[in-house]
Design a protein around this ligand. Structure first.
Ligand SMILES: [Zn+2]
Length: 206
């Protein structure tokens, strides 16, 4: 079921094999046009409902998603759960070096509304988990209680491992193996495959 669900999901987004610089700073072999998801809300509604059902037992008081894709899913999930919604916005440093250079900022209006509350973080796809991690750190900085991370698709274990280490549950509609590498240990770099930097665009694998 899960494997088939992953394939169905990948058929919905424009997956492309190659050599890509991820927002986290890792190099990866798959790029997904996640913004394509947003154009068909009815088509992804069953996925959002399934993810929301997985989040429900965690008894959250709000759902927060990183812009762009995650925020739209978080809003839909919050409506289904009848809880509050919030989003975070990405802030990239002028010079992005090292791993996880992106920061995610909670608009000031949301800060008092998340304080002390159990919050679900929702994103479309999590691989290295840059957006989910950034949102987690921002929520913690505002004294919220990130309780569960939900993604339609979890690729590999890099992002999920981070949350396991912080005792935050990870829920997914589908999971699929995914290879990513540190830039210094990337076999695609070693083979001379040109690197595409897609992380500065709106659509990326996080
Ligand atoms: Zn590489």
């Amino acid at each position: 079921m899960t494997e088939r669900a992953a394939e169905a999901f990948l058929n919905m987004v424009a997956g492309r094999q190659g050599h890509f610089q991820l927002e986290s700073g890792h190099h990866g072999e798959l790029w997904l046009d996640l913004d394509a998801l947003l154009t068909q809300p009815r088509r992804i509604a069953p996925w959002v409902a399934e993810l929301t059902d997985a989040i429900r037992p965690h008894d959250v008081e709000g759902v927060c998603g990183p812009l762009i894709g995650g925020a739209f899913l978080a809003q839909a999930s919050a409506a289904l759960l009848d809880v509050e919604f919030a989003f975070t916005e990405r802030v990239m440093p002028a010079v992005a070096g090292g791993l996880y250079p992106a920061r995610y900022r909670l608009p000031p209006a949301f800060a008092p509304r998340v304080r002390g509350r159990r919050i679900a973080i929702v994103d479309d796809v999590m691989s290295a988990g840059s957006a989910a991690r950034g949102t987690y750190e921002e929520l913690r900085a505002h004294e919220a209680v990130p309780t569960v991370v939900g993604a339609l698709l979890v690729l590999g274990s890099t992002g999920a491992d981070f949350f396991a280490q912080h005792s935050v549950a990870v829920e997914a509609v589908a999971r699929r193996p995914y290879r990513l590498w540190l830039p210094t240990a990337c076999p695609l770099c070693d083979s001379g495959v040109p690197l595409e930097a897609v992380s500065q665009t709106a659509a990326d694998v996080r």
